[in-house]
Design a binder for this molecule. Structure first.
Ligand SMILES: [Zn+2]
Length: 470
């Protein structure tokens, strides 16, 4: 029906059809003309734009400019892929490890290179961080450790690194005000053993500031050296107990600080995994480290052994094992035994170290030369295993025979493992332990570990790595 009526209209109005067709043609011509004009007026910009026109259907130059301006919101809010492993441990690597090392470094636990490789240095730093924060110190950075580490509860490492040898200062003593300038003392620098008027002045000044409580006698003994050392450590100087130019200068200046009393540190109980506490040149204990449960060796071993000093101490569990070991040796007919060394405080070690440095300096060596000479035979304070209270030096009380040639040593080498002790320093492991063989030095680790170490032939450094990989 509708088709019919349309045909009718066309037929009835041929004139109207022709008119519409003509109008359409005119419109097309006008449009083409305008388009040609527009092309000319937009010039070069349009020409450049045309290159893109093929795949950008209907843009205008204005639209195109807007589209290339980066949207700051989009740029900053592009989601970053961030893999988050649940823990990091030896063998882990990458950005997370790098961040961990960076953070540990900020807090002074880590001194190594920030290289994104979780090696034994990182592990020890983590372990020490954990220990300082009451976390299980397994050296594995798990979620709990990471949460504490990146929180504002993370405490910086309490230990201050050993000062590195400094460039030499001319070693003349200049005693400064408030007292009138003193005659230069006859000793090249004031340290242990010095005496005279300049030492009196030193003691008086230290007393005034609260560092020295002994008598002002002009004798530079242990008390004076200790006071100088505390003064140095609290006044930003390297604490060597020697009153050199720099120390004297600050001590007698208005900038000298009064003593600050710090609370006694809490002891660390070496039980469980802590029994393997690694102390060596790379793994230094904090200055205020004190092992818990120290006892006098004599109180447990009684007359079973001889003593170089009646006051030698050790951690109870190790002293009990030592007593049992010596009883077993004696039952085998091997004796006598003498205990030469046990627990040593870091201050004791500092004193041994400083006295040695001072002796070398008096012999004309520079400070750095004296430190190097000392390190050949003396462990740095904090780096001696005797600080743990788990190590003992034994001998056969026979001054005519090297311990290595005694029946006691032969027995010890064979049986110490059965009692939880290890031969800590042997010549064959020197490249790992950093110490020459010390056949008289035993370290308690407990039979759970000592027997495995014997069977696998591993020193403590190697054993800890082995354990980590289990
Ligand atoms: Zn020793």
């Amino acid at each position: 029906m509708q088709n019919n009526s349309r045909k009718k209209v066309r037929r009835k109005n041929p004139m109207l059809f022709c008119f519409l067709a003509a109008l359409l043609i005119v419109l097309i011509i006008i449009f083409a003309f305008l388009a040609a004009n527009s092309r000319q007026s937009t010039g070069e910009l349009q020409a450049a734009y045309d290159k893109d026109a093929a795949f950008q259907p209907s843009p205008s130059p204005t639209v195109r400019l807007v589209s290339v301006t980066p949207d700051p919101y989009l740029v900053t809010h592009v989601p970053q892929p961030s893999p988050t492993p649940s823990f990091l441990s030896v063998g882990s690597e990458g950005e997370m490890v790098r961040q961990l090392q960076q953070r540990l470094k900020e807090l002074d636990y880590y001194t190594g290179e920030v290289d994104g490789q979780y090696g034994s240095g990182t592990r020890e730093a983590v372990r020490f961080f954990q220990y300082q924060h009451g976390l299980e110190n397994d050296g594995v950075a798990g979620q709990q450790t990471l949460a504490v580490l990146y929180s504002n509860q993370a405490k910086p490492c309490p230990y201050t690194p050993m000062p590195q040898p400094e460039p030499e200062v001319t070693e003349t003593i200049v005693v400064q005000t408030p007292a009138p300038v003193l005659a230069t003392p006859s000793v090249p620098l004031m340290g242990y053993g010095a005496s005279g008027e300049s030492v009196v002045q030193l003691q008086q000044r230290l007393q005034q500031l609260g560092y020295y409580t002994g008598s002002v006698d002009g004798q530079y003994g242990n008390g004076t050296a200790e006071a100088v050392k505390i003064f140095q450590s609290q006044n930003g100087l390297s604490a060597d107990g020697i009153a050199g130019e720099k120390t004297i200068h600050i001590l007698f200046s208005a900038n000298a600080k009064y003593i600050t009393i710090t609370p006694t540190p809490s002891p660390v109980y070496l039980t469980g995994e802590n029994i393997l506490l690694l102390v060596n040149r790379q793994n230094k204990l904090p200055e205020d480290f004190v092992p818990g449960d120290l006892v006098k060796v004599k109180d447990i071993c009684g007359d079973n052994v001889l003593y170089a000093s009646q006051n030698i101490q050790g951690v109870r569990v190790a002293v009990v094992a030592l007593n049992e070991m010596i009883a077993a040796a004696k039952a085998d007919g091997i004796g006598p035994w003498k205990i030469r060394e046990g627990y040593r405080t870091i201050a004791d070690q500092q004193e041994i170290f400083d006295n040695s440095v001072y002796t070398f300096r008096k012999d004309g060596q520079t400070k750095s030369q004296a430190i190097s000479s000392t390190r050949q035979t003396v462990a740095d304070p904090g780096c001696s295993e005797h600080h743990t209270g788990l190590a003992f030096d034994l001998n056969a009380n026979n001054p005519d025979l090297p311990f290595a040639d005694t029946a006691q040593y032969a027995w010890l080498q064979k049986h110490c493992w059965e009692h939880g002790f290890i031969m800590r320093y042997t010549d064959e492991k020197e490249h790992i332990t950093g110490f020459l063989g010390e056949e008289w030095h035993v370290r308690y680790v407990g039979t759970e570990h000592s027997l495995k170490m014997r069977d696998m032939g591993l020193c403590l450094e190697e054993y800890i790595i082995w354990l980590d990989n289990q």
